[in-house]
Ligand binder design. Structure first.
Ligand code: GLC
Length: 429
């Protein structure tokens, strides 16, 4: 298919996955609104319908909880083809049935992008309405996912990281006792090949953590104190640090001085805190289990997001450039979600090796911001080639380029439209 046709296909994927103001990730496998999926989707819509792009984010915030949390899934209507649904989560923190934890906070970054790319003259008004909601969400993250004020954010569930079965979670997950799990039937493995999905044993533990959240009544303070899984995640931490820098720009553009001052304090704290995730042996940032204090021993695609977070000082930049080149000599397509030199790497199992388009996009932005245009372009070219070879798949093999998981996937289409498509790159040049 020519790239022009791919542009059209990508648009039609978004339009077809549109449920009337919000977009599902893909039909069958993921029939609800997912948090960071929606935010990336907004970038795709913005290339042909800016009003619709804002709508996507506004509808996500309709599900915001009273305590400020923006949930990872909004169950706007019941769909028995998905498990675990609203009954298993048992939440009542917000106006729309939802899961009980959050997902990576990319929204402020995209709100800034929408403001800066605006052609309607109405963007600032829409950003003004979102500012208090974004502030409340960011405050929630700091209060309940960094209760010790370390300057790094933890996830209370692997799903909160958005990188579900990442090897970084293995050890902390093994320590989770399997309990309070009713007999259940998974639905994911009836939609896609089980060899590309998490194992059953992982799933039992995922559900045990959900049960622990339910037991705590999803009270975020109790969750932080008692949850059997609480791991500082470089992915969420870096995305949040970046989001705060972007939120600061939005606040400044709106003349919101008190907010801007508050955000500057957050940025300072996070810049310091991020150093505690640095693994000196690996020369990269990794995860830290906050229950055991242990750092993990592998490089994930999120290690590269240090640059996206603005942490470009030495030795971070040159170490990441070195890892980039090493990994590029091992696999054909960048960036595998886990280091191909690590024992846990699996090229087709979800977050244990496959390439994800939206992570590539963020990594490339980081390299571009750090002044490394050639590695940024390599990321774009690889993402273009993957989509040309594997279609608008959920994720791709870094070795063969095969598309895997769900098809006609919204965020892959959105990333194509906003960045990977050569027509977009021409426009930006
Ligand atoms: C999977 C991914 C997560 C994503 C969701 C919907 O759970 O790991 O990041 O948001 O699917 O696409």
């Amino acid at each position: 298919m020519s790239d022009m046709n791919l542009d059209k296909t990508a648009q039609s994927i978004l339009v077809e996955n549109d449920q009337g103001g919000y977009t599902i990730p893909t039909k069958g496998l993921y029939p609800y609104q997912w948090n960071w999926d929606s935010v990336f989707v907004a970038l795709g819509f913005a290339t042909f319908d800016q009003d619709r792009a804002w709508r996507e984010i506004e509808m996500l915030f309709e599900g915001q909880w009273r305590d400020g949390m923006v949930p990872h899934i909004l169950f706007r209507k019941d769909d028995p083809s998905y498990f675990p649904g609203p009954k298993v989560w048992g939440t009542d923190g917000g106006p729309i049935p939802s899961s009980g934890h959050s997902q990576p906070p990319v929204a402020a970054t995209v709100v800034r992008d929408l403001v800066e790319g605006d052609r309607s003259g109405k963007a600032l008004e829409r950003a003004r309405a979102l500012l208090p909601k974004l502030m409340a969400w960011h405050r929630w993250y700091l209060a309940y996912r960094d209760p010790q004020d370390l300057g790094v954010l933890a996830v209370m569930h692997p799903w909160e990281s958005g990188r579900d079965n990442l090897p970084d979670w293995d050890e902390a997950l093994r320590a989770v006792e399997i309990r309070d799990v009713e007999p259940y039937v998974r639905k994911d493995t009836s939609h896609v090949d089980p060899s590309m999905r998490p194992h059953k044993d992982d799933y039992d533990r995922y559900l045990s953590i959900v049960a622990a959240g339910r037991k705590a009544g999803w009270d975020p303070e109790k969750v932080a104190a008692t949850c059997p899984f609480f791991v500082a995640d470089p992915g969420v931490t870096f995305i949040f640090l970046r989001a705060n820098r972007d939120l600061l720009k939005v606040a400044e553009a709106l003349g919101a001085d008190a907010e801007a001052k508050e955000i500057r304090g957050w940025i300072q704290k996070m810049e310091k805190g991020a150093t505690t995730l640095w693994n000196e042996d690996l020369k990269a940032h990794v995860a830290r289990d906050l229950r055991s204090g242990k750092l993990t021993d592998g490089i994930s695609s999120a290690s590269f997001l240090a640059l996206y977070a603005g942490l470009t000082d030495e030795p971070v930049l040159s170490s990441l450039q070195g890892h980039f080149d090493r990994i590029a000599s091992k696999v054909r397509y960048l960036m595998p979600s886990y280091d191909p030199d690590h024992r846990s790497y699996e090229p087709l199992r979800y977050w244990r090796g496959p390439v994800w388009a939206m992570i590539n996009y963020m990594i490339a932005r980081g390299f571009a911001d750090a002044g490394d245009a050639s590695r940024a372009e390599r990321m774009r070219a690889d993402t273009e080639a993957l989509i040309e070879t594997g279609g608008f798949a959920e994720y791709f093999s870094p070795e063969s380029g095969t598309g895997a998981g769900g098809g006609a996937f919204s965020w892959t289409a959105a990333i194509w439209l906003t960045w990977a498509s050569p027509s977009r790159a021409d426009q930006a040049a």
